[in-house]
Every structure is written in C-alpha cells, then in structure tokens.
Design a protein around this ligand. Structure first.
Ligand SMILES: Nc1ncnc2c1ncn2[C@@H]1O[C@H](COP(=O)(O)OP(=O)(O)O)[C@@H](O)[C@H]1O
Ligand SMILES: [Mg+2]
Length: 313
C-alpha cells in the first residue's frame, strides 16, 4: 500500500474543537453533525453480529493482551473478527500484532476507512495506526475523544464480521460511556483483573458501571494469575482468587485464569501472536478455553446484567 493511499492520519481528527461555543447557528450545526455521527455509528455497529468490550480496573493488568489473544483465538476457531483499539492514550493492539505505529489506515473516497488485516486474520482499527510516532502525546478533552470514537465506530468498514472486540482504556471514564452508548445490542463486557486486592477493589467499579448502564457482563478473567516454575511449583505472585471472589459475589461467570509467562511479554514486545507462537503452552490452552466459553455465553445469549445495589457502589 502506498504512503498516499494510507493517507488517513491524525490530522483528520484535528478538525473541530468539540467545544460548544460560537454562534447559535454554529452550535446547532455541530449538534446536527454529532447526531449524524451517532446514528451512523449505530447503523454501522448494527451490521456486526456480536460486540464485546474488554474493560479492566487498572492499567497494565493485561487487557490488551487478553483482547488480542481472544481475537486471535476466535479467528483461529473460524470466526471473522475485528478489534477496535479505543485506548487512545496507550494504543497497543497494533504493536501486539506487529504493525508499526503510524502505519495508517486506507481512507476511501466514500468516507469509509479500511481496517488493517493481520495474521491470523484479525482486522484492526486504532488511533495508534494514525498517530505518526509513539512519543506523540494526545492531549484531548472528553468531547474530542468521544467524537474520534464515534467516527471510528461510524466509518470503519469492517465488512461481514462475527465479532468486534473493543479494547478500552482502564477505568470507567468517557470512552467506555461513549462506546456503550454508541453500540446497540452490545453482547457484553469482559472484565480483566489481576489477583491483587487493589485491582480487585477497582474492578468492582466496572461491575457497577455495567449494572448502571444495563449492559450484560460476559465474565471475568484473572490474568497474571500464577507462575508455574520449570519444576512445576506454582507461585501466586499477585495474590490469589480475586476474580473468583468477584465472580461469586456478583454472580458473574469466571472465564479463566491466565498464568504469567515471560514468553507472553516477549511476543507482545516483538509483535508476535502468543497463541500462534506457543500453541501448546498452558496460557494458550487457557485462552482457547476462555474463547470457547465466550462463544457459548455470547452466541447463546447467556450474559446477564449484574445486580449491584446502590449502597455497594
Ligand atoms: N500473563 C502474562 N504473562 C506475562 N506478561 C504479561 C501477561 N499479561 C500481560 N503481560 C505483559 O504485561 C504488560 C501489560 O499488558 P497489557 O496487555 O499491555 O496491559 P493493559 O492493556 O491492561 O495496560 C505487557 O508488556 C504484556 O506483554
Ligand atoms: Mg492496553
């Protein structure tokens, strides 16, 4: 693909400040554009069969690893899969699939944007493909982020897609809100946590978010759950059992525990797909097992909205 044809870059998002100021007519026009964007986003999302958002409590717990691994596992199980990286401040999905920052996305004359297809057949769309370099800090206020998310939801031409996985930034801020409001018939949220108490207490907020937004939760995954030494001993580096406890407390399915494996970090850093590189590893087996549970939950409509009483929040 030539440099020119991969022309959609970050400048595209600089138009319009997102701040509602100016004459009455200007504001009215912006509002109209916003409504148009929102209905385009909803219409585009309606074409996708199953939509899943991946949320975590804190950063660095392996949310992007889980998103990219699950997408790969679903693709290897014969599903057509896309990943939207909505973590604007730390987009990393493209790198986990070996695509350099600034690679670009193809912008077509009709205004649609083509995702980039990566092995094992996953389509990805990310702001990380549009920013020129990793050291560019995006200092965007909420309305601009919301607008950029809506544009990606509205204009990325995914083609026929069974699954779209959305990698969110940590927490329950603007981005999750925009995504949940712009994605009709969301299949549900997958929560990712590590076993530590801090992560556990924060992930409860994500459960409360799902409850408030009346969005189903597919289940909870514990990442970095344990480390199995070469001699077989198991060490619980970050504590033990947090995800299972949350699952029980809120009646959420526990999807699985992914072990710590230095080869995961290595693969992520070098842009290789872990489950393809080490298909026989314990972690790859766990990921495949989680993917099957997700398919069962989603395709059989089993995900439920968690019940969180107000005083628990
Ligand atoms: N189970 C694991 N074993 C080893 N390294 C992991 C594991 N899960 C994630 N990592 C590494 O930890 C770092 C953070 O993971 P990442 O998916 O980027 O987190 P997040 O998206 O939640 O910020 C990355 O370097 C990743 O390769
Ligand atoms: Mg991430």
């Amino acid at each position: 693909m030539s440099e020119e044809s991969r022309g959609l870059r970050i400048d595209h998002y600089k138009k319009g400040s997102g701040v509602q100021s100016g004459s009455y007519r200007e504001v009215a026009e912006r509002m109209k554009e916003l409504q148009r964007q929102q209905s385009m986003a909803v219409a585009n999302m309606m074409k996708i069969r199953y939509k899943i958002v991946v949320m975590s409590s804190k950063g660095g717990v392996g949310k992007s690893l889980v998103t990219s691994s699950l997408a790969s596992a679903l693709a290897l199980q014969g599903r057509t899969v896309g990943v939207l990286d909505a973590d604007f401040h730390g987009p990393s999905i493209h790198k986990m699939f070996g695509i350099p920052t600034g690679y670009g996305m193809l912008a077509r004359m009709d205004g649609t944007i083509d995702p980039v297809t990566v092995p094992p057949g996953v389509k990805i769309a990310s702001l990380g493909l549009l920013v020129p370099r990793d050291d560019v800090a995006l200092i965007w206020r909420g309305p601009i982020k919301a607008s950029a998310i809506r544009e990606l939801l509205a204009y990325v031409n995914w083609g026929p897609l069974d699954y779209l996985l959305v990698d969110l930034p940590p927490g329950t801020g603007d981005e999750p809100l925009t995504i949940v409001q712009s994605m009709p018939r969301l299949s549900g949220i997958i929560l990712v946590t590590i076993p530590s108490d801090v992560s556990k207490s924060v992930v409860k907020r994500a459960v409360a978010f799902a409850s408030k937004m009346k969005t189903p939760v597919i289940g909870i995954i514990e990442n970095m759950s344990y480390y199995r030494c070469p001699h077989g001993d198991v060490i619980y580096i970050f504590g033990r059992g947090a995800a299972r406890e949350i699952a029980e407390e809120y009646g959420i399915p526990f999807l699985g525990a992914i072990p710590l494996d230095p080869r995961i970090r290595e693969c992520n850093d070098t842009g290789k797909v872990f489950i393809s590189e080490y298909p026989d590893s314990e972690a790859a087996q766990v990921v495949r097992d989680i993917a099957s549970k997700v398919v069962d939950m989603v395709e059989n409509g089993k995900a439920r909205v968690p019940e969180v009483r107000d005083e628990e929040e």
